[in-house]
Ligand binder design. Sequence first.
Ligand code: NDP
Length: 450
Amino acid sequence: MSDTSSKELESFMEGIKQRDPEQKQFHQAVEEIAANLIPYVKENPKYEDANILERLTEPDRVISFRVTWQMDDGSIRVNRGWRVQFNNSIGPYKGGLRFHPTVCQSVLKFLAFEQIFKNSLTGLPMGGGKGGSNFDPKGKTDNEVMRFCQSFMTELNRHIGEDTDIPAGDIGVGAREISYLFGQYKRIQNRFVGTITGKGLEYGGSQGRKEATGFGCVYFLENMLQHHNNGVSGKTISVSGSGNVALYAIQKANTLGGKVVTASDSSGFIHDPEGICDDKLAFLIDLKEVRRGRISEYADKYSSATFHEGERPWGIAAEIALPCATENEINLDDAKTLVKNGVIAVAEGANMPTELDAIDAFYKAGVYFAPAKAANAGGVAVSGLEQSQNSLRISWSRGEVDARLQEIMHNIHQKCVEYGQEDKIVNYTKGANIAGFVKVADAMLAYGAI
Ligand code: NDP
C-alpha cells in the first residue's frame, strides 16, 4: 500500500473509531476491507465522489430489544436481542442469528458488514444482515431454549419477512433453535413463507444446507489448491471447532482424500494422528449434534487420540489449516507456528478467525490464504437456494443443490483470482473484498444519494 493510501486508511479508521469507540471487532473487520478498498476507490473516482465507503460502513439500522423468558424452575430471565440490517442494495438483508454470551453490537456489526460482501460474491440477490442474543443455549433444557426462541421471535418477527430480511443459523443456533424460531414466526404471522433458512427438510428446508458451509469451504480450498497445481488429496489437515461448519468440512475433506487430525470445542482440542475417518466422524456428529457432549469424549472413546484441555490445535503439524470455530482464533504466534510446521494453505470456515497480523504472516510466507467471505460463503449460498425453492414451492434434489454449490464456489474462486491477481501471487483477501464490493457499490451508485 502506498504512503498516501496508508494515511487515508488511518484517517478513515479514525472516523470509524470515533463514531463507535468500543466496537473493536467491527473496527477490525472494516480495517481489513478498507485496506483493499481505499486504493481501489482512488483508482475509480466514481465511488469516491459518491462517498460510497462511508455509506457502506454505517448500517441501515440496528434494532435492539428485550427478550424475557422463563426457566424451568419458574424464574424469569432477561436477555438482549439485536438485528443489524446493514445493507440491502442488492437484495433483502440476509445473515444468521448467533446465540452466545459474547454477542454484542460490535460482534453483530462486524458479522453483518462482512455478510454484505460475502452475499454479493455468491452472485445471488442478497443484502447483508446479522442478529442474535447474549443468551447461552449451553446447559439449558429444550423447553428453556424453546421459550427463549419464542420470546425472541415475538419481537423479531415484525422486522423480518421473505422480501425484507431472512435470518438463518450461526453459533448456538442450529436445527433445534431454527425450528422453534420458525414455528413461532409461522404462528404469529399465520403465513408459511421462507423468512428463515436452515429449516428442517420436512418444513421447507433445502437438501444440503446443513453441510453447505463446511462442504463449500473445502470446495473453495480445492479450487485454490488446483489453481496452484495441488490438491486436498493426501494432505494432513488441522480443523478447529466441532460445530456445523467444522463437522462437514471434515466430512468433505475426507471425501477428497485428506486426513483431518484435529477438532476442538471451547474446552480444548483432540489430536488423532490416525485421522478422523468417517466412522469416527459419525461418532463426533452424534456427540455434538445429538448428545451435545464435550469433545474430550472422543479421546475417551478412541485410544489413538489425545485431548488437550484449554488449548487450540495450531501447534499440531499440518499442511492445511481450517479454522472453523470462531473469530480471532489464530493470532500471530499461531500463524508463525503453523508456517514453521509446513502449512501451505489456510481456508477460513469461521468468520474472521485470523487476526490481521497473522494474515500478513501467511501472505509473507507464501501460504495460500482463503478469507472467510469467500471460503465460507457456501452456507449463505445454499440459504439463498432455499429461499428460491420456498418461493417456487419446489424442492431440488441433494445432487442438484450440491452441483449449484460447487459451481458457486468455483465462480467465487474465479472472481477472487480476477480481482486479486498480483505479480506472483493471488491475494485472495483483496480479490474477495473488491469483487464483493463492486456489485454493491454499483447498485448504490444507481440509486443516487439515498
Ligand atoms: P456452532 O455453534 O455449530 O459451532 C461452533 C464451534 O466453535 C463449537 O465447536 C464451539 O465449541 C466452538 N466455539 C465457539 N466459540 C468458541 C470460542 N470462543 N473458543 C473456542 N471454540 C469456540 O457454530 P457454526 O459451526 O455454525 O459456526 C462456526 C463459525 O462459522 C462461526 O464463526 C460462524 O459465524 C461461521 N459461519 C457459520 C455458518 C453456518 O452456516 N453455520 C456460515 C458461515 C460462517 P462449544 O460447543 O464448546 O461452544
